[in-house]
Design a protein around this ligand. Structure first.
Ligand SMILES: [Zn+2]
Length: 307
């Protein structure tokens, strides 16, 4: 199937209370692992490419790999830019055929974040491409963050409402207790805050830093409005574990495929675990459409009017 945009699948996820896995793909084996598993699980899927991955593989390669994989798949596949930190990067990705963008201005002063997010949304919307923006800050584990710092960086629900209204953002990455690049699963999320943001902002919400969040907390967050969950560190760990296993098992092997094959299998299992956790499995029928008709949508209040 050709690539699809993130708009419909995230709105579907919001209505039906599941989340779409957004998996960071850094090389061919990871792209294959993610798509194959999503197909086996009949799950819609987002493959996302970070600026780091673009620097590593090159924009055309990174986009090309995902497009080829999607063209052979019979499930909806989105090609998303993860953490585009400037306007120009978003434009380059729009031109390269990305079907979902992200402008992350969370490190900028608020008004600057609003201004650039709005500009990215305006240009992307002309081309029919949705945009994820970020408000509040999901911090980095390597910077040694304290619980107080995580709390202070969280998204304010009232500001989220204003931010979405002013920028026209299609989805919003929120800071609700997770931290990027955590290697163990110990964080819990502020569910009341997620609920408040959902009610006020009215758009699908995105969870970054999921690798360090307890499973039960992720499940609860999805019940309350998280519709896209980013998974990067957990897949990288699975990939590297496969290479280490390979080196140990075959110390004299010179064919890298021996190791990469184990890595690819490991990534597949990591993706499968997350897809099932997010309840996005079994959503897509054999024709590539969503299984349940719209009349089966659970009724949810996504209005932003109440105070
Ligand atoms: Zn992130």
């Amino acid at each position: 199937m050709p690539l699809v945009t993130s708009k419909e699948i995230l709105e579907r996820a919001l209505a039906e209370r599941f989340a779409v896995g957004a998996f960071n793909a850094n090389n061919m084996e990871m792209v294959q692992a993610i798509i194959e598993t999503a197909q086996e699980e009949r799950a819609p899927v987002i493959l996302q490419v970070s600026q780091g991955a673009i620097r590593y593989a090159g924009l055309e390669y990174a986009a090309g790999l995902v497009k080829i994989a999607a063209s052979m798949a019979d499930i909806p596949v989105v090609l998303h830019l993860d953490h585009g930190t400037d306007f120009d990067q978003n434009v380059r990705c729009l031109r390269a055929g990305f079907t979902s963008l992200m402008f992350d201005g969370s490190k900028l002063p608020y008004e600057e974040n609003v201004a650039i997010s709005k500009r990215v949304c305006e240009i992307a919307h002309i081309a029919g491409i949705p945009v994820e923006t970020e408000l509040g800050r999901v911090l980095q584990a390597k910077d040694g963050v304290t619980p107080e710092e995580v709390e202070a960086a969280m998204t304010d629900p009232n500001q989220a409402k204003e931010f979405v209204e002013r920028t026209g953002a299609d989805s919003l990455a929120v800071a609700v207790g997770s931290v990027h690049a955590m290697k163990s699963r110990e964080a819990t999320l502020d569910i009341a805050r997620i609920e408040a943001i959902r009610q006020k902002a009215g758009v699908p919400l995105v969870l970054h830093g999921s690798s360090g969040v307890k499973h039960e907390s992720v499940v609860e967050a999805i019940e309350h409005g998280i519709c896209k969950v980013n998974v990067a560190t957990y897949l990288n760990q699975a990939f590297v574990r496969g290479m280490k296993e390979g080196f140990e098992k075959h110390p004299d092997e010179v064919d890298p495929r021996k190791f990469l094959r184990i890595s690819r299998e490991n990534v597949k299992e990591a993706v499968r675990e997350k897809i099932r956790l997010f309840k996005s499995n079994g959503r897509i029928d054999s024709s590539g459409g969503f299984v349940s008709p719209p009349t089966q949508y659970r009724s949810v209040d996504i209005g932003g009017a109440e105070e």
